[in-house]
Design a protein around this ligand. Structure first.
Ligand code: PGA
Length: 255
């Protein structure tokens, strides 16, 4: 993390967990535990929890994000949620292109790109997830995979908008498996992402972008991962559902 250059961000990704009343209870525990954070703190929650989450976090330093959005303004897309709907509620961030959406719901780089552009146009800050499969790492094509995702997911996104975009590097083999990338592996790919951004945009733009690591990040490994120059924060799944664990990661990012 290099806080002199960019914002450190710890974001919880709750996935399909917590009903509205459970969300209220968890946030009520999280809020006092992270109130002195010296980093941005976000909870990305299921759509049905957004309303209560925004209400409970009002006036606190905890920001709220959604876990997806559609690219169209409105229309015949049963079951989808538009950026305008999220924006009107007061949502600030949106997770896009998570590997679970790519794996289980047919998400492609093309649709991630459309969602990213729509989110930015609406004034939402996207957290765009990229990451290689285990098989791709074993075939030694991690960099090709990541470069392809970055180029496609950010296609036609201007420099000013990229600066508002958070990139989450999430090696698919490390998500929910308890298998964390080593701090060196995380740093290597996060630095590669920054170098790719520098090539596509400029060094100045690349240095401004927050790049998170995600994949079994927890209270025990956060310190080491966040000590790396290019790891500017974390996207936290499992550990974000336990207030003390999430608060400990926020504390590690506040050093
Ligand atoms: P995990 O999930 O922390 O449970 O591995 C991370 C993520 O999917 O964002």
């Amino acid at each position: 993390m290099d806080k002199t250059k960019r914002k450190a961000i710890i974001a919880g990704n709750w996935k399909m967990n917590k009903t509205p009343s459970e969300a209220k209870a968890l946030l009520t525990d999280i809020i006092p535990a992270v109130k002195d954070a010296d980093c941005e703190v976000i909870a990305c929650v299921p759509y049905v929890d957004l309303s209560v989450a925004l209400e409970v976090t009002k006036g606190t330093n905890v920001k709220i994000g959604a876990e997806n959005c559609h690219w169209a303004e409105s229309g015949a897309f049963t079951g989808e949620i538009s950026t305008g709907m999220l924006k009107e509620m007061g949502v600030e961030y949106v997770v896009l292109g998570h590997s679970e959406r790519r794996q289980y719901f047919g998400e492609t780089d093309e649709t991630v790109n459309k969602r990213t552009k729509a989110a930015l146009a609406a004034g939402l800050k996207p957290i765009v997830c990229v990451g290689e499969l285990l098989w791709e790492r074993e075939c030694d094509i991690t960099e090709e995979v990541i470069a392809r995702q970055i180029k496609l997911d950010l296609f036609d996104v201007c420099a000013e908008d990229v600066k508002k975009t958070v990139i989450a590097y999430e090696p698919v083999w490390a998500i929910g498996t308890g298998k964390t990338a080593t701090a060196e592996q995380a740093e290597e790919v996060c630095a590669f992402i920054r170098a790719t951004l520098a090539k596509l945009y400029s060094e100045e733009v690349a240095q401004a972008v927050t790049i998170q690591y995600g994949g079994s990040m927890n209270n025990s490994n956060a310190d080491e991962l966040l000590s790396k120059t290019n790891v500017d924060g974390g996207l936290i799944g499992g550990a974000s559902l336990v207030a003390e664990k999430f608060a400990a990661i926020v504390k590690a990012a506040s050093k």
